[in-house]
Design a binder for this molecule. Sequence first.
Ligand SMILES: Nc1nc2c(ncn2[C@@H]2O[C@H](COP(=O)(O)O[C@H]3[C@@H](O)[C@H](n4cnc5c(=O)[nH]c(N)nc54)O[C@@H]3COP(=O)(O)O)[C@@H](O)[C@H]2O)c(=O)[nH]1
Length: 772
Amino acid sequence: MIDSTHVSKDADPYSIKQSWLHRLIEPAVLFPSLALLVLAAIWIVTLSLAEREQQAADRRAALLAVDMTETYEAQVVRALREIDTTLKLVRYSLAERRSPQETLESLRQRDLLPPTLLFEVRISDAAGNILASTHDTPIEQVASLAPEQEGIKIGLSLPQAPKEESRLIFSRHLTNNEQDELGQVTLLVSASYFVSGYESDTLGNHGVLALLGADGTFLVRRTGDTIRTGGQVDRAVLLDDNSALDGPARVSVNEWDGVHRYTVARPLFEFPVTIVLGLSLTEQMAAAETLQRSYYWRATLISIIALSVLALLGRLSWKLRKTQAKVLNERLRHAQRAEYLAFHDNLTGLPNRAFFSQLLTKCMQHARRYDRPLALLFLDLDRFKTINDSLGHDAGDELLQEVSQRLCKSVRESDTVARLGGDEFVILLPESTETNQITQVVNKILTAVSAPFTLVGQEFRVTVSIGVARCPADGEDEQTLMKHADVAMYHAKEKGKNNAQFYSAQLKSDSLERLALESGLRNALERQEFQLYYQSKLDMKTGQIIGMEALLRWQHPELGLIMPKQFIPLAEENGLIVPIGRWVLYTACRQNVAWQKAGFPALSMAVNLSARQFHDDGLLRDIEGALQVTGMAPELLEVEITESMMMLNIPRAIGILNGLRKLGVHIAIDDFGTGYSSLSKLKAFPLDTIKIDGSFIQDLVDSADDRNLTEAIIDLGKSLGLTVVAEGVESAAQVDYLRQKACDQIQGFYMHEPQPAEAAALSMQQRLSSAW
Ligand SMILES: Nc1nc2c(ncn2[C@@H]2O[C@H](COP(=O)(O)O[C@H]3[C@@H](O)[C@H](n4cnc5c(=O)[nH]c(N)nc54)O[C@@H]3COP(=O)(O)O)[C@@H](O)[C@H]2O)c(=O)[nH]1
């Protein structure tokens, strides 16, 4: 098998690529990868949008600061110019030699002074004493200007009283033509006037609008609603950091309050004042940050949705894969099951014929190539069909399962047990090829199988016949070896079953004969090749023939007369025994009636039943039919059955026997003493006769054991009220002994051998005229 996970160095690059692609579309890889990609895309876009937004906001704020500074600068310059113009006007008017008060009054009347509500104009002498004012100003000193100071001077007047506000002081020198100092003209205005243009909408609560004096003192500074005056900053540093003229404003930390602002500091060209404007970084960026946050929220939301969708898709795909895998697994299991069933026997789970055939072929090839012989055992259960018919198919199946287990336990793991079908098994022994090794295995199997079984609550025994063939000695191909093992098995059957036979060339010719018999048997009935021989049964007391036993013969057109032991087992195997047995019944009954009609006394007629016939459902019907058709008296008919037939399924056997009894037919136990049953068991059956097996009678004179057994059977049979018959009687000594033991009837070659009907009639004739 090729390991699909292994890729060799020389692997085809195309297949490597395919393999990777295949792995990539695995849900476990695909969906996490897609999730990562989607997340990465969402967050890259979000972060870049947020970044752009921040940069745009930054640029906007920086430009806005510059724009506003320019506006503010224009306002301040305009205001300062107006103030300076007023100062110059007052100074000019004084030059017309009017008194200071008249001058101011004259200017006010002509509306040439700024509104007194905001502005105060004063004229003072060189010593600083106020000479005139637009307001009712208390007499106070005005700080005199240094003589060297030229142009407008700007200063700060700090409040004298708590409720007073700071004011900015603008002043110019008053001089005569000789440039002597005469005094000064001063204009005072509330410091807040210069920051009244603070727009909260744009400057926010933390912006700054300020005028800075030439010495670095804040003339006025407004942040939100808070207006302050005074306070020193390093003007040079401020100008250096924030004197944006053309470019956008830069963010710096304002040293007076530590706030980060886009700050612009711009010194005025005409006046000793620097205007300062600042926009709070935090406030300017607030909108952008809000937008950024909304981006992040949206990205988070989209990420969650995307992840959920992917997770859902992943789950669906995983489920789909799982379902597909389940379907595939089921198909695989189904295919494996189908393959298993194709090569295994459904009932026992053992390898079947097809499997075994392949295995045997391979093993034989191997055996030939490496010169290692192997052995094949062919097994067939004895009397299985009878068991099946009498106990039912379920019990038969159970028996086969039990047998298969016993077989498996009897061999090594390296051996293979298979069921060919029915009650046929084969065993392959690849390692046991010596005769003694095979014999050991075979004995183990015979012992294991013959141990008692319990089926349908009843204990019984079954045996097996085994044929052994070896490769290469007995066959070099599968069919030959199997055929030869089969031949050997049949030989084992013929040898009395419950044994094993090794294949030999002699067996082959036997088996050919058997094959010929088997095929001939199928047509023997219709070709009327069967014939009944009759053997007499004599009454021990009178020496008269009291009955006949019908014994089947087959007059084969080529092979001549064939004895029942040669073909009855075959007929048992293939079921032909049922129609053959029916023919025997009808023929025997007809003969019995014919003899009576010919003037012979009414003799009993014994007919042998085979196991299969006994358990056949049509038995009673056949017997009844034979009696009716032939007109034979039922009490003259005696059926001979063996112990084993009864012991197989005792309740069923009793049922059949009772049926026979009802018909009025007599029942004899044949070959008694060879089975496993005890005499006491016979009580349960409705019997009439016991026939002591000929093997005990044969050695009666020499064997004390046989004598004891025969005596016991006679005594017990009598005690049960049964007629006791000794069969196989071949000598006068045996007759004498049996007479002594009061055996009821005898049968054997000593009196008569089985003969065709005419010869038997002759024997009867002779016997009738003589007795003991
Ligand atoms: N189901 C059927 N079985 C049948 C039928 N006909 C016969 N058989 C059974 O076949 C077995 C062999 O029978 P057969 O070869 O006919 O042998 C019988 C006798 O010839 C033989 N016998 C009788 N007397 C002697 C003797 O003194 N010595 C000796 N060596 N053999 C003798 O015994 C056979 C009869 O035995 P049994 O039936 O037990 O009375 C045999 O088992 C038959 O049952 C048939 O139609 N159907």
